[in-house]
Design a protein around this ligand. Structure first.
Ligand code: F6R
Length: 600
């Protein structure tokens, strides 16, 4: 959600900015812009729509070795050119890009900007106008910038240029991600190392409430009170091939195909030389000392949390509650005496989850984050982190991160059970390896799912997914996947619940896709399929070997019953993918969605 790139150096900034913004496209955006300091002053180029359009708009004559760029996902104000970033102060001296939400922008407007003509409806313009007003009483821009930043409330990642000082990029951060990339003769600023990996693999993290002065050969980090901060750069461990599509038509398909490899990466990462699980002793301790676990997440990660609840309750015998983060922060349930919080987040930056993390840390509770991005905010602010090892996920619709979350939750459950001397009777790593092979068998049969998508969803305006037990949780994820990329109205339901209302929606030809991978509910879900079929539904059953019937559309290879979500979801991801293709949708960048949702 929103992306920032900045460059200061010896080469042309335009290409670095545009290439960087392209790499941030996956985060979701609806307008984009760049600002360059040139011999003609600060030149801005903005468009509503894609970076391609911005490329066309940028004037080839604009030579500059310093600039800032931004992709915007509209929050305050419509997605149009006026509201697109960068924003400029009244005189045109200061130009700024911002991610996040300024909560006190109305108050700042009334207190400082009564006489300023604002041109946009954004909270961001308030910041740049504020810097200009405050700069009138300071000789140094650095002092004005610091003062302006210190009165902002809310979340922000900011990069600013001062036309009268083409040697410095002014940067600040609070609760929104931002990194400084260190180069030889240049430095960059980026929301995500992926944006500027082509330029450098050396990065410095910025912490909340720090400001940074980025110059060609020098980076100065300060706390808001002016104290200098010394921070050593780290090497970003992202492989360029991870962030390129290669021969794939879409990142989503590439990421679906990567799932077996991700499973194997997880097995390698979490086993020791004796083929045993290895988790940090502190995590084991926290897992065994708590009396209840609260899993907090959003969207797909929440669905993974539901599957994780089954593992943790069945294997480790710990009571689990799974909560949608945005609800939990406003409607906190009565907590147990020794709660442990598990945050599941692919990006590690989701604002709704972070709001809960901040609250529970203030209450003195322990927190473990399961994330794909080490160094992300949720990882840094929790007591412990378990890494997903899924590699960068670029498609907005999460696929490999979801299965990685389930695999890591399974490992966590088994490890805790072992620590509690609970006998399981199976080798979890071996079972995960079997599931990885099964996933590969599915991704090798794409044509089957392409045909199923055409047969069931090509012209349909709605679809229902049903299941019981963990199949119900996968049905929720299947429905989310289909609606977010194909825009088909879809819902996931517990099989037994349909007759309590939703069955009223079933009419001739309505697609109902049922999962049957759990022996103890096979008979019951089959009954639910009959109920909707009798009312005209176009039913499709995906079952697992041993539970299959002749009319089933697809039979999944056998895996450990607890791990069936890992394989059944692959069929759902592929069906959603092909349904979206049939409808001509932008699979990797669905409308209105952002990859990393950094606003509440
Ligand atoms: C859907 C999807 C979202 C995310 C949700 C949470 O495909 O990706 O529902 O799962 O926005 O994001 P993270 O996991 O980054 O906290």
């Amino acid at each position: 959600m929103c992306g920032i790139v900045g460059y200061i150096g010896e080469h042309q900034a335009t290409d670095v900015l545009l290439n960087g913004l392209e790499k941030l496209e996956y985060r979701g955006y609806d307008s984009a812009g760049i600002a360059l300091v040139t011999g003609r002053g600060t030149e801005q180029f903005k468009v509503k729509g894609r970076i391609d359009a911005l490329r066309q708009r940028v004037d080839g004559q604009s030579q500059s070795t310093m600039g800032i760029g931004h992709t915007r996902w509209a929050t305050h104000g419509a997605p149009n050119e006026t509201n697109a970033h960068p924003h400029q102060s009244e005189s045109g001296r200061f130009t700024l890009v911002h991610n996040g939400v300024i909560e006190n922008y109305q108050a700042l407007k009334e207190d400082y900007l009564q006489d300023v003509d604002l041109v946009s409806s954004t909270d961001t313009e308030i910041i740049v106008q504020l810097v200009e007003q405050i700069s009138k009483k300071h000789e140094q821009t650095a002092a004005a910038f610091r003062e302006a930043i210190s009165i902002l409330e809310g979340s922000y990642a900011i990069a600013m240029i001062d036309q009268e000082d083409s040697g410095t990029l002014y940067v600040a951060k609070n609760k929104s991600p931002l990194l400084i990339g260190i180069g030889d003769g240049f430095n960059v600023v980026a929301s995500d190392a992926m944006a500027t990996l082509k330029e450098t693999d050396q990065y410095v993290e910025i912490e909340d409430q720090e400001i940074v002065f980025v110059q060609r050969h020098h980076v100065t980090i300060e706390k808001l009170d002016g104290t200098l901060v010394n921070r050593i750069p780290y090497t970003a461990e992202i492989d360029m091939t991870d962030i390129e599509k290669g021969t794939y038509p879409h990142f989503m398909l590439k990421e679906i195909d990567e799932q077996p490899i991700v499973m194997r990466n997880i097995i390698n990462a979490y086993q020791n030389e004796h083929d045993e699980l290895r988790l940090e002793p502190e995590i084991r301790e926290a897992m065994t000392q708590c009396d209840r676990i609260y899993i907090i997440a959003c969207g797909t990660s929440y669905h993974a949390g539901l599957v994780g609840k089954t593992f943790l309750e069945k294997l480790a015998r710990i009571p689990i509650e799974v909560h949608v983060a945005s609800e939990f922060s406003y409607n906190m349930p009565l907590l147990s005496e020794k709660p442990l919080f598990i945050f599941i987040s692919q990006s590690g930056e989701t604002a709704d989850s972070r709001a809960v993390l901040v609250k529970v840390k203030e209450m003195g509770h322990q927190a473990l984050t399961i994330t794909n991005v080490s160094g992300s905010t949720l990882s840094r602010e929790a007591d412990y982190t378990l890494h997903l090892h899924a590699g960068p996920e670029i498609a907005v619709a999460s696929t490999k991160a979801y299965t990685a979350q389930i695999a890591v939750l399974a490992i966590l459950a088994v490890d805790t059970a072992t620590k509690k001397d609970i006998t399981l009777g199976f080798n979890p790593l071996q079972e995960l390896a079997i599931a990885a092979n099964a996933m590969e068998m599915l991704t090798d049969q794409k044509a089957v799912f392409e045909d199923l998508a055409e047969a069931y969803l090509d012209v349909s305006r709605n679809a229902f997914f049903i299941g019981r037990g963990t199949d119900y949780y996968v049905a929720l994820e299947a429905a989310l996947k289909l609606k977010e990329i194909s825009y088909i109205q879809a819902g996931g339901f517990a099989g037994g619940e349909l007759k309590h209302g939703t069955i009223a929606l079933i009419e001739e030809g309505t697609p109902v896709i049922a999962l049957s991978t759990q022996k103890h509910v096979n008979y019951a879900i089959r009954g639910n399929v009959q109920e909707v079929a009798a009312r005209g539904a176009n039913t499709m059953v995906i079952s697992t070997k041993g539970l299959d019937e002749e009319t089933d559309a697809f039979v999944l290879p056998e895996v450990h019953e607890l791990l069936t979500p890992l394989v059944s979801v692959v069929t759902m991801q592929l069906i959603a993918y092909y349904a979206a293709l049939y409808r001509g949708c932008d699979v990797d960048k669905p409308r209105n969605l952002a990859k990393s949702v950094t606003v509440e």
